[in-house]
Design a protein around this ligand. Structure first.
Ligand SMILES: NC(=O)c1ccc[n+]([C@@H]2O[C@H](COP(=O)([O-])OP(=O)(O)OC[C@H]3O[C@@H](n4cnc5c(N)ncnc54)[C@H](O)[C@@H]3O)[C@@H](O)[C@H]2O)c1
Length: 270
């Protein structure tokens, strides 16, 4: 059994992944805060990813890494810079120094959030971040590319939509990802023999999607869950998920409108 480091193991997605990946890998769980308990085939190594020595200790001896640890929504620059830029840099540098072969990077739909919902984008589409948070995910994707090309640290970046047991609103019907479908993508990322650097979209089988996930399909991904199964109940109560026109037009939803001005190109506006 491979030993896999799961950063951010105490978070929402980390908790889903522990359950989904049980029995498939030996999991080394890591977070900056202690976890309540470990199960069989699990161990815990506490590490703040901003601490390079602690990060190297967490990475030492693992075969692969699922990198979830960081700040998972929009925040001020210091918060995002520390957790997501420095933390992700340290994680990749530790992977290089400790010889970890493969990293799964939890990127986000917010790396491409300024694309219109009417545009179908794929893994070749350049980032259009909608926030400092989205920018940190675009940085992580570029960092992954650099560490693959220059140092042979292989990566799969998953532009995750929204992970949960069911989609929660209109926008999430396009980007929803069930925990078992995420686990399938993660296993492909960790075990596929030919991955050097790949971007895929983290979504289930969503009929209303604005993503072309053919790169995931090429790698063998067959999602098991469909957001359309929840459409009737969602559409019965909700039509707009952001409550504003711009947010409803853009893939990133209300992240696009945080701190936004009415017309960013108007002369004199800063
Ligand atoms: N939840 C989603 O639907 C979703 C969507 C897109 C991307 N993602 C990404 O997936 C990852 C996990 O998301 P989540 O919803 O579980 O987030 P979460 O906020 O629930 O969990 C994040 C975990 O990271 C840990 N962490 C934060 N800063 C750290 C640091 N400096 N050192 C070590 N650990 C640190 C936190 O303690 C927490 O346990 C995140 O990177 C997030 O950006 C999640």
């Amino acid at each position: 059994m491979k030993t896999i480091l799961l950063t951010g193991a105490g978070g929402g997605v980390g908790t889903f992944m522990r359950a989904e990946l049980k029995g498939r890998y030996k999991l080394r769980l890591s977070d900056r805060s202690p976890l309540a308990e470990c199960g069989p085939d699990e161990e815990f190594v506490q590490a703040d990813l901003t601490d390079m020595d602690a990060t190297r200790k967490a990475v030492a001896g693992v075969d692969g890494i699922i990198h979830l640890g960081g700040y998972s929504v929009e925040a001020d620059w210091d918060t995002i810079h520390t957790a997501n830029f420095i933390g992700t840099y340290n994680l990749y540098e530790a992977a290089r120094l400790e010889g970890a072969k493969r990293v799964i990077f939890a990127s986000s739909n917010h790396a491409v959030g300024f694309h219109e919902r009417t545009n179908t984008i794929d893994h070749t589409t350049a980032p259009r971040p909608d926030s400092r948070y989205g920018l940190s995910k675009a940085f992580g994707e570029s960092l992954s590319s650099l560490y693959a090309d220059k140092y042979g640290v292989e990566s799969m970046c998953i532009r995750i939509g929204n992970v949960g047991t069911e989609p929660i609103d209109v926008r999430r019907m396009s980007i929803w990802l069930s925990p078992r479908d995420l686990a399938q993508l993660v296993c492909i990322g960790l075990d596929h023999p030919d991955i050097k650097y790949e971007i895929v979209y983290g979504m289930s089988d969503n009929a209303r999607s604005w993503w072309d996930n053919s790169n995931a399909t090429r790698l063998g991904y067959k999602p098991q869950d469909k957001s359309e199964d929840f459409a009737e109940q969602i559409l019965a109560t909700k039509t707009s998920d952001t409550g504003n026109l711009i947010g409803d037009l853009k893939q990133g939803g209300d992240f696009v409108t945080f701190e936004a001005v009415d017309d960013p190109f108007k002369p004199g506006l800063k």
